[in-house]
Write a protein that binds this ligand. Structure first.
Ligand SMILES: [Fe+2]
Length: 223
């Protein structure tokens, strides 16, 4: 946290809530002089008062500190807007359904941008009954390995963590998967449309055409 509630924010919220300094003071068990001090930047409220202040204004402590109301844009969250964050120090992988401010080991992490899979990170996908079998042609040494594979549909995410010396492969339930993500500890995030990556041409089953038709129908029905 690199900011704290400011006097200007307290004053603005107090006036918005049509409270006098005295009324707010009584709610918090302090004097109106104290409120006046905060509002004129002559002191900060003690950290133990942040929750009671937020309660008095019927907002969250986060909103109080940032000074901006937060609207829940996650009501219509869509997993396809997923963001992945990876800590360069510990390798921790964090998934978020949208933009987020994420810190790990004191570093503010930026959301990873997925590149299309390249020659050094070829992603092969096979349909095995109701699963996608995903294999990546890549080394799995401690220094350079695939650490994560994820399959994302509009309302679901399946994540598999991989480790050095293991196999660069994972299995996912097909159910609506629209995107496969692969994270290489050195080269970053790659993604592929599973239909394009599918590797069962010899089966003579036109999987992609059937899927495209289904997806087009779903798009028309659900937008
Ligand atoms: Fe790599």
């Amino acid at each position: 946290m690199n900011q704290y509630v400011t006097g200007a924010v307290i004053k603005e919220l107090r006036e918005k809530n049509k409270m006098t300094q005295l009324q707010l003071a009584e709610k918090l068990g302090v004097t109106d002089k104290t409120i006046s001090k905060w509002e004129t930047a002559k002191g900060y409220p003690d950290i133990t008062l942040l929750e009671p202040i937020a309660e008095a204004f019927r907002i969250s402590v986060t909103e109080l500190i940032s000074g901006t109301p937060i609207q829940n844009s996650n009501i219509s969250a869509n997993m396809l807007k997923s963001r992945f964050y990876v800590c360069p120090v510990c390798g921790n992988v964090i998934h978020s359904m949208g933009e987020a401010s994420i810190h790990c080991h004191g570093i503010q992490l930026a959301p990873l941008e997925a590149e299309p899979s390249d020659e050094g990170h070829m992603i092969f996908i096979e349909r095995v009954e109701d699963e996608y079998y995903v294999r990546i042609d890549h080394s799995m040494t401690k220094e350079h390995y695939i650490s994560l594979v994820a399959a994302v549909s509009s309302d679901d995410i399946q994540m598999v963590k991989l480790y050095p010396e293991g196999n660069a492969e994972a299995r996912f339930k097909i159910r609506g998967v629209r995107r496969i993500f692969v994270y290489c500890n050195r080269d970053g995030l790659f993604s592929i449309d599973p239909v394009k990556g599918i590797d069962d041409k010899e089966s003579g089953y036109d999987d992609s055409q059937e899927r495209r038709a289904l997806e087009a129908a779903a798009e028309m029905l659900f937008g």
